[in-house]
Ligand binder design. Structure first.
Ligand code: DC
Length: 221
C-alpha cells in the first residue's frame, strides 16, 4: 500500500511550491491535480468549445492524453504529447478553469486518473478535493488556507515576475470569483475534510509551512 498525503486549499496559498518542497524533502511523488483541469481547459479553448457544450467536451475527453512527468526533479505537464507546463498558467486559462473544473463530465474523467496515480508510489497530491473525494482515506490530510487579500497579493507578485500585467484589483476580483465557484459548486466543492489538519499560511513563510507540514507527515509515516 502506498502512503498518501493530500494537500487541499484555495489558489494562492503557496500550495504548489510547498508541495514541491515537501516532495523533495520527504521523497514523495508530487502530483498537481489543478494542472489536469488546466489541460482540459486549454484544450477546450484551443478548440473553441464553451463550457456549456457538454457533447463536444465529452468528445475531447475521449481521446485526451494528460501526463505529469518528473524531469530533473521538476514536474512537467504534457497535453497530447506537447509540453504545456507554461501554457496552462496564462490568465486566459486562470479565468476559465474553475468553470470547466466544476463540470461533472470533467471530474468523472479526472478523478479516476488521480486515484490510479496513487496506486504504486508514495505520493503528495495537491488540489481541492483530494482529502474529501479522491482519497478520503489518505494517510495525512492538510487543508492549507490563507486570507484572500494575501493570496491575491502573492499571485499579483508572481504575475509581475512572469510579465503578466494585471492590476492587484483585477487579480483580487478574479480570485474572489474563482473562490466562489470553487466553494459553491455542487460536485466536489473546496471544503476542509473533517479530519484534515488546518494550516493557515497568512503570516507564515514558505519554509515555516514546509517545516510544519513535514513534521506532521514524518510523525504519521
Ligand atoms: O490549483 P490550480 O489553481 O492550478 O487549480 C486550477 C483549477 O482547478 C481551480 O479552479 C480549481 C480546480 N481544481 C479542482 O477543482 N480540483 C482539484 N483537485 C484541483 C484543482
Amino acid at each position: 500500500m502506498s502512503f498518501i498525503v493530500a494537500i487541499d486549499g484555495p489558489a494562492g496559498t503557496g500550495k504548489g511550491t510547498i508541495t514541491k518542497l515537501l516532495a523533495q524533502k520527504l521523497n514523495l511523488v508530487e502530483i498537481d491535480t489543478g494542472a489536469m483541469y488546466r489541460c482540459i481547459t486549454l484544450e477546450c479553448i484551443r478548440n473553441n468549445i464553451s463550457s456549456e457544450n457538454e457533447e463536444r467536451i465529452k468528445e475531447i475527453l475521449k481521446n485526451i492524453k494528460i501526463e505529469l512527468k518528473h524531469i530533473n526533479g521538476e514536474q512537467k505537464v504534457f497535453l497530447n504529447g506537447e509540453d504545456v507546463s507554461k501554457k496552462i498558467r496564462t490568465p486566459e486559462v486562470d479565468d476559465l478553469v474553475a468553470v470547466f473544473a466544476a463540470l461533472k463530465v470533467v471530474r468523472d474523467k479526472v478523478t479516476p486518473m488521480q486515484r490510479k496515480m496513487g496506486e504504486k508510489d508514495d505520493i503528495i497530491m495537491e488540489g481541492r478535493d483530494i482529502g474529501t473525494v479522491v482519497f478520503p482515506n489518505a494517510d495525512v490530510k492538510i487543508f492549507l488556507d490563507c486570507s484572500i487579500e494575501e493570496r491575491a497579493r502573492r499571485r499579483y507578485k508572481q504575475n509581475l515576475e512572469k510579465d503578466i500585467n494585471e492590476s492587484y484589483e483585477e487579480v483580487l476580483a478574479s480570485m474572489k470569483e474563482r473562490h466562489k465557484l470553487e466553494t459553491e459548486r455542487e460536485i466536489a466543492p473546496l471544503v476542509k475534510a473533517d479530519d484534515a489538519i488546518l494550516v493557515d499560511s497568512t503570516n507564515m513563510t514558505i519554509d515555516e509551512v514546509v517545516e510544519k507540514i513535514a513534521s506532521i507527515i514524518i510523525e504519521k509515516r
